[in-house]
Design a protein around this ligand. Structure first.
Ligand code: SF4
Length: 366
């Protein structure tokens, strides 16, 4: 039962910090892209698969017209069995999420919305190069509710130039005031080759310690507002965790459509090259093998430790014995916890997760 990921690699304008696969394009190009998606989705019909989740990510899926989104969703339904309980998510930006579009999306079967809000402070949004202000974000949430969306998530960015602990807390609270049931809180990372990859921006960023404190403060504030942490960056009300993303973190199968989309299917990892015009102009997407023999034990540790519930030590087989001594100092430093046969990172451990995971993998590989 694979999850379906559909990439929409278009944005109105590129944000200054972003290195995702997306570009600015005319509406005709986006429509031609939708047609290419439909061809590729239909090609999967003979596999007779059931999909429990579908996720439109980007880029900016809310740039796809209501009519094209409807056609894509029809192709998904014709090519995969979608149970009534399926989670169908789409990302949207506040400046392109008007009521008519959201109502049409709801009619097309999309039942979860992920809004790129990022901050409640317009100066911070401006610094990020976002095209919306916070009042547009509030309107987008209102429009989504009116259109029938109950499952709404907002992205929140931590570590924005000019952001302070006070403004970050204000963003947490104003996002929570909108009554959303899920928040993804990401720390700004400077990606190579983006406009943010320059001395002026680097020198305006807070220190790692300040950013760590901001993360801990935001996590606590989100939990106080009823959104429990379930993954390094994700918080939700009961029953509102992203089932699609949980598929990735628990090594479930998924099929990706569109340039730069990845798949894990029948034990192999695949990807589609980052070539938007090649995707539009070819009958079918070029699928390349990324890893013919993934090391699932390694991935189990890397992905599972992102989750608050962590991993089952039994899942490591006889190698579990090897890591137990290395866990003792980490436990004393309050970075990991064990119990009930599981190993998990604490919230402080999440802040240094890369180092901890690298150390555990090194031991497992010996
Ligand atoms: S809208 Fe999202 S995908 Fe597009 S440039 Fe901005 S951050 Fe990147």
């Amino acid at each position: 039962m694979p999850a379906i990921y559909i990439h929409v690699p278009f944005c109105r304008r590129r944000c200054a910090y972003c290195d995702f696969c997306s570009s600015v394009a005319a509406p005709e190009t986006i429509s031609a892209y939708a047609d290419a998606l439909i061809r590729n989705i239909r090609a999967c019909a003979p596999l007779n698969l059931t999909a429990e989740t579908v996720y439109f990510g980007g880029g900016t899926p809310s740039l796809v017209s209501a009519a094209d989104m409807n056609k894509i969703m029809s192709a998904v339904r014709e090519s995969f069995a979608l149970p009534p309980s399926a989670e169908v998510s789409a990302e949207a930006n506040p400046d392109s999420a008007d009521y008519e579009k959201l109502a049409a999306w709801r009619d097309a079967g999309i039942n979860r919305l992920s809004l790129g809000v990022q901050s409640c402070k317009d100066n911070e949004l401006y610094r990020l190069g976002r095209l919306h202000n916070f009042s547009q974000a509030e309107n987008a949430v209102k429009n989504a509710r009116k259109a029938g969306f109950e499952n709404i998530s907002c992205d929140l960015m931590l570590g924005i130039p000019e952001q302070t602990p006070e403004t970050a807390l204000e963003s947490v609270n104003r996002i929570c005031d909108m009554g959303v049931c899920h928040v993804s809180a990401y720390m700004l990372k400077i990606e190579e080759g983006t406009p943010f990859d320059c001395d002026e921006i680097r020198s305006s960023l807070m220190s790692d310690d300040e950013l760590s404190d901001m993360y801990l403060m935001a996590a606590e504030a989100l939990e106080k507002r009823g959104l429990a942490q379930y993954e390094i960056s994700n918080f939700s009300r009961e029953g509102c965790q992203s089932r699609h993303n949980l598929t990735y973190w628990t090594l479930g199968e998924y099929l990706g459509f569109g340039p730069s989309a990845h798949s894990l299917f029948r034990g192999k990892r695949f990807f589609v090259p980052h070539d938007i015009s090649g995707f539009i102009n070819s009958e079918f997407q070029r699928i390349e093998i990324e890893d013919e023999h993934p090391d699932f034990l390694q991935e189990y540790v890397m992905l599972g430790l992102r989750l608050c519930k962590g991993i089952e030590l039994d899942g490591l087989g006889e190698k579990a014995e090897k890591i137990l001594p290395a866990l003792e100092p980490l436990k004393r430093a309050n970075l990991v916890k064990t119990g009930g046969g599981r190993l998990r990172l604490t919230r402080r451990g999440f802040l240094v997760s890369n180092g901890i995971i690298a150390r555990l993998l090194e031991i497992l590989e010996k």
